[in-house]
Design a protein around this ligand. Structure first.
Ligand code: AMP
Ligand code: MG
Length: 444
């Protein structure tokens, strides 16, 4: 294996881990400020994360343990794969020049070649062929394989009927999968099963990957009770820490669970200190970022760090906070409503966190589906509805919103398998119109 040194990683280390408020521009929550369209919020997040990503030393992991992790360096092929021309079929190998248009070809069979056997020493004479198995090295002098089922065997002769085959067919060329010296995998890729197989085909046992991003997670709110404890009057169970913790855990992140934090500046300060002590790269919270809470939260977050409270033009999930803490950890303050917390995680925090983890490609499956019902909407904000996506009988996809779309109605999120996304400029749609859909599968 040859890999570029870590210094050639996608983002050079930031000179200072701090976060410059200027990178965010003026706070859209300031009086009279317009709401920030979702695509602009996404772009600002990515810009800020790229500029301030904390670079850690890559680790070398056995292939199976590297699954889902982010590759830390370009991987160059040190071999030709396959290492020799070989047969793509079980059949007879011969020189394709023997084929004549409109005429059957007769060849004398002189032997047999199995996969895994060193190549024959002497070249195949003209007018001859050898039995060859899939994967066996092509003998010198042969460039074509006729599958057994296409020809007739007559004693030690083989007859290929006229015009059934062209010269060069059924031969795999040396290096056709990967040529030596070429980039096999790019740094920043989240490793999927085929990538690990590709590394194995180069003879590798380990790959350099970025360490898992360390994400501290806590919920804020005086009303929150831990599941398993009795509910008090006026209290509710904390569900966000479970849904967000599960979402984070599906990504190449380690979750540092910091529990629940009451609506109290000292408690919030203590939680942030615990995140720093745990060496978190990022902090994700839910609750406490809506207009009523923002000032109190801002005062704590700005002690040494910098944070901005955004009103994002989206529903659900309008309030959103983003910044960095004194030690340089990124801060993502998601709204408290359970659906809004997950939707802002998917739409805003996911890509930024993956980028902080070193991922360069952030693929998200987006489909166009026919909407089963009419939906009323005003242009000027992005609306995310919970939807059920299904393959429609007349080809293509169709999607129907799940019942209640209230930002607190988690059951409708649970019934859904996708988000139906009505774009910023879009107005009401009629039943049967095409809409964008983000399936949950593949999102994490
Ligand atoms: P907030 O964003 O703090 O104003 O909270 C908005 C709504 O979400 C309120 O009804 C909260 O009770 C609810 N909420 C906040 N945090 C959680 C949580 N961790 N689990 C469930 N509901 C929550
Ligand atoms: Mg709250």
């Amino acid at each position: 294996m040859t890999t570029d040194p870590p210094s050639a990683a996608p983002n050079p280390p930031a000179p200072t881990p701090g976060f410059e408020p200027a990178a965010l521009g003026p706070s859209p929550l300031s009086a009279g400020a317009a709401e920030l369209p979702v695509d602009q919020a996404q772009a600002r997040l990515l810009d800020a994360v790229r500029a301030h990503r904390r670079i850690r030393l890559p680790e070398s992991l056995p292939l199976l343990q590297a699954s889902g992790r982010v590759l830390a360096a370009d991987l160059h092929s040190s071999l030709d794969v396959p290492p020799h021309d070989n047969s793509a079929m079980d059949g007879y190998a011969f020189a394709g020049a023997a084929l004549q248009p409109g005429q059957p070809t007769r060849l004398r069979c002189t032997g047999s070649l199995m996969a895994g056997v060193a190549p024959a020493q002497e070249a195949l004479p003209a007018g001859c062929c050898v039995r060859i198995m899939t994967g066996a090295v092509m003998p010198e002098g042969a460039d074509t394989v006729v599958p057994f089922e296409l020809c007739h065997r007559l004693g030690d002769e083989v007859e290929i009927p006229a015009d059934r085959l062209r010269a060069g067919e059924n031969r795999r060329r040396r290096g056709e999968d990967l040529a030596s010296g070429r980039v096999a995998l790019r740094a920043g890729r989240r490793l999927q099963p085929s990538d690990l197989g590709l590394a194995a085909s180069l003879g590798l046992t380990h790959l350099p990957v970025w360490p898992r991003l360390r994400v501290a997670l806590f919920s804020t709110g005086d009303e929150l009770v831990e599941p398993g404890q009795p509910l008090k009057p006026g209290s509710i169970y904390d569900s966000n820490r479970v849904s967000l913790g599960a979402a984070l855990s599906r990504l190449p992140f380690d979750v540092i669970d910091l529990g629940q934090v009451p609506d109290d500046p000292d408690a919030l300060q203590a939680a942030l200190e615990r995140a720093a002590a745990a060496d978190a790269d990022a902090v994700v919270t839910s609750g406490g970022v809506s207009a009523g809470d923002a000032d109190h939260t801002r005062a704590v977050l700005e002690r040494g760090g910098s944070v901005d409270f955004w009103k994002v033009a989206m529903r659900p999930g309008r309030p959103f906070a983003f910044g960095s803490l004194a030690g340089g950890a990124l801060f993502f303050g998601l709204p408290g409503n359970p659906v809004a917390a997950l939707v802002t995680f998917y739409a805003l925090a996911r890509d930024a966190l993956l980028c902080a983890a070193g991922a360069m490609q952030l693929p998200r499956v987006r489909l166009q589906a026919r909407c089963a019902v009419a939906i009323r909407k005003r242009p000027g904000r992005t609306e995310f509805q919970r939807g059920v996506l299904s393959a429609s009988p007349d080809a293509g996809w169709s999607v129907a919103p799940t019942g209640s779309q209230g930002a607190g109605v988690l059951s409708s999120m649970s019934q859904a398998n996708a988000l139906l996304v009505l774009g910023h400029g879009q107005a009401s749609i009629a039943a049967g119109d095409w809409v964008e859909v983000w399936p949950f599968e593949g999102m994490l």
